[in-house]
Design a protein around this ligand. Structure first.
Ligand SMILES: [Zn+2]
Length: 62
């Protein structure tokens, strides 16, 4: 995952995603890089379980 970290003169820190961690798309020129993640990918692309589905560490159901 490639991030750009910019510290403003006021001391606040802005972190921008400049490359998609799933497909490697260049996001540096986009106003809202997160929109790409929401529209182009599903949670499984990032190794996450689908919404509403809970995976228990020991593999059992709860
Ligand atoms: Zn992507």
């Amino acid at each position: 995952m490639t991030l750009r970290i910019v510290k403003s003169s006021g001391g606040s820190i802005k972190v921008s995603l400049i490359e998609c961690p799933a497909c490697g798309a260049d996001l540096s020129g986009r106003k809202k890089p997160s929109a790409h993640l929401l529209t182009e990918h599903v949670p499984e692309d990032f190794g996450l379980s689908a919404p509403g589905r809970r995976v228990v560490a020991d593999g059992g159901e709860r």
